[in-house]
Design a protein around this ligand. Sequence first.
Ligand code: NDP
Length: 256
Amino acid sequence: MKDRKAALVTGAARGIGLATAERFIAAGYGVALLDNNDTTLDEAIRQIGDEAPVIKLACDVSDEQQVADAVAQVKSHFGRIDALVNNAGIADFMPVTDTSFEVWKNILATNLNGPFLCAQACIPHMVEQGGGAIVNITSISGLRASTLRTAYGTSKAALAHLTKQLSAELGEHRIRVNAVAPGPIDTAMAKKVHDDAIRADYHAQIPLNRYGLESEVANVIYFLCSDEASFVTGQEVCVDGGFDTTGIGLTTLRSR
Ligand code: NDP
């Protein structure tokens, strides 16, 4: 088992995290699926199949001790940690005046403290084994301001900068750190915060004119962790159907 490369994916019980876990398994990795929801974690393991080289870790990424224990389990089970994917995230869209301090703290705790704690716990193992890769899942909401996303958008913009900070510091240890910024992807999270009107707006503003698939994000995450991306660090790659590229007028021009 210790010769097999190993990846730790947070928020892996469903959505982009589960698709990412499956992508790493397909590439021959052992995968630690970490999530705070034990029930959906069990469903994910059932979906992946008992034979796969996986372990499940019930853990809240914003809890320092739980993260330390979980990372120790990954190291003890797989003997190494080659890739960390900081995917666990929460979204609550609301006006700034309705954003209670509790909501603000919860979103920052999962979306920013979580990746910081997971990276900090994994880095010593990566340094010891001579390298590794970290991918943080940000969002186009961290690149382009929009309404109702004061906490969520700010947490993702901060995570994008954490990505750069880590890449600057860890390059000498051959640890690459990148971010993937998804546009709208049809996951449970998107279904929760995107009603029909929002979905129509996104379609109108996205050159590829559709929501993305979880697997399309997972492929880019895997690429950035793989040796194919061996000279790529400190980057934020949008997987957004072109949303970040366009300004005003797309809908009008498209109809001509
Ligand atoms: P989902 O809500 O479908 O899945 C996220 C998973 O993370 C859930 O299983 C959730 O568990 C778990 N989780 C939440 N908080 C914690 C925590 N504190 N500790 C451990 N696990 C936790 O999300 P998506 O797959 O849609 O999104 C994944 C990432 O991609 C997120 O970071 C999100 O911000 C980002 N993203 C998603 C977009 C989209 O359109 N879907 C667009 C842009 C970015 P629980 O069951 O408790 O919720």
